[in-house]
Design a binder for this molecule. Sequence first.
Ligand code: ADP
Length: 656
Amino acid sequence: MGTVTGDRALGCIAAPIRLLRASFSALLCSVLPVALCALQLAPGSVAAQPPAESGAPKENYVLVLTGTPPYTPAFTVIDQGMQAAVARGYARPVTFLFETLDTVRFDLAIDRLTLAQLIAKKYENLRPRALMLVTESAVDLYLDHLQSLWPGVPAIYHSVPRDVAQRRYANRGLAGIASDSDFEQTLRIAFALQPKARRLLIVGGVSEFDQRELAQARQALRPYAGRVQIDYLIGLSPEALAERVAREDRDAIVLYVSLLRDQRGLVYTPVDVLERLSGASAAPVYGAWESFMGRGIVAGGIESLWSRGERAGEMLVHALQAPTPLAPVTSGPIEAVCMADARQLERFGLRAGLLPDGCELRFSEPGWFQRFWWQSLLVLAALLGQSALIVSLLLQRRRRHAAELKLQAQRVQLLHASRLAVAGELTASIAHEINQPLGAILSNADAAQILVEAGKMERGELLHILADIKRDDLRASDVIKRLRALLARHETERRSIDLNRVVEDAAAILRHEAGRRAVAIEYALDASPADVIGDAVQLQQVIINLILNAFDACVDLPDGARRVRVVTSNTPNGVQISVRDFGAGIALADLPSVFDAFYTTKGGGMGLGLSIARSIVEAHGGSISAASCDVGAEFRVILPLAPVTDVPEQRAGDTT
Ligand code: ADP
């Protein structure tokens, strides 16, 4: 710590008091707080007398006399640690008084005797029970002058370099704590993090304090001499320093010692300079003070300022409690420990894993998950919920698809069963239609046999009989073919079909049944074009169903009155097939029910024909409706016309 300049002569106490008083008035305001300017030194009171025991203070005042500026971060932390230890260890309340010499930064323009007298006068009414001396300028002032002014008041010191403490204060009856900056450890940490570093920059100032710190740093640098290039940047202004380190290589190591004053004599707070330096530096910056942590250094071997304050506080408690003076012991520095700034490590891409074991990593940013844990959990829960929902929807879709397939298969079976039922209904007609040509064939064969046996068979007649047999055979075969087409299981087809042809085929199947029931069927196949996309067999099934229902409706009519009209025509919505009968008709109230499954008014009816017809028509994209007429009923099926362009043939996967 800087030596306080000025007159060190101790004998000045004897100087004429009046002369001193004259100079005090001017000095008072420049050194002490303004409020104290009003203080007038009473004649003869300059050399403060030892306080009389009778006037023992009611309050416990402790005067902290410090050579540091009043608000340095380091001093603030030490002071808080000290006060915390006193509050913990001493039962009675203690009031701290602070007197800042600020000699760390400035040379005082007052001789030290005068200053000591002034301080003694200032605190005459607040007689301290103990003194806390911070930095050697405070210790020196105490030893040289204040001790004799306040005899018997115990004093403790801290923030004094170990060599100064040992050299100057060991035999002066003082107790205190020495403290050194641990540059050895700081350099070890720097080289652990940057083993490839070949260049070392030492940054320092020119104040006495800076120089003393630099001397310590130089000691620590000895083992590295020759191994790395060492450059000293001493006394540069913060601007010049920033500009200089900005050009450095990332592999270099910058050791920031302290910069209280630059070559121009300008005074700074070291941490402010560090912030500037580190902000601009291309190379990692290291330092040995705790107040540098978080302000720009990557790491360092650092003494806990709080612990230093606590230890000083504990000594103070002892001094306040003990009636006898403290044993004059100089306590060693608080052991420096490795501390590192996680943000700076990350900035320079240095691996925290290279730090010595047990190194305290500060400012480590919590991970994304740690910072947003509850939001993350929320999102995770939402994602899980969503996934579960998606899985359940997929399962549902699969189940629905399976159910649809099953339904489709059942529908196909139903369609087939329904066609078999139609076939059953037509059995008599079918048998007749087949029997007729078979009978004709038999008759023709018989006739041919008779003629042959009688020897009257001519060639021309034989050919004629054979032609008849062939025609009748083809007729029977046609009937069977049509029936097979209707009844065979087949894949549902989607192809362009002519609806008029479908009606004609249905008419062929029903021709004999119509005759058997004595129903006259009129066909007016006027639709043109009549092409729709779909399955011819299924549509034929619909038409047969409608016509058979029409036959049933006519059953009670007298012969000759049974009439059914089948018409195809074009409507704006597509091709229409209407089946009109003149039978019993449908009561208006029953109209909505006729397409319901199992609705029937017939004794042996199943009530499935129309419901199946509707499902077929709707599967073809069409519609079916029933209307009650004045006489009889009319059913209309409308199917969309096939597009004009060629429609590729498709096959659905079901069979009917
Ligand atoms: P089913 O013929 O087995 O009764 P459908 O579903 O084909 O089954 O017909 C259901 C009902 O609709 C019939 O029972 C009948 O009451 C009525 N129906 C159908 N077509 C006609 C029609 N052309 N005239 C009068 N009623 C009809």
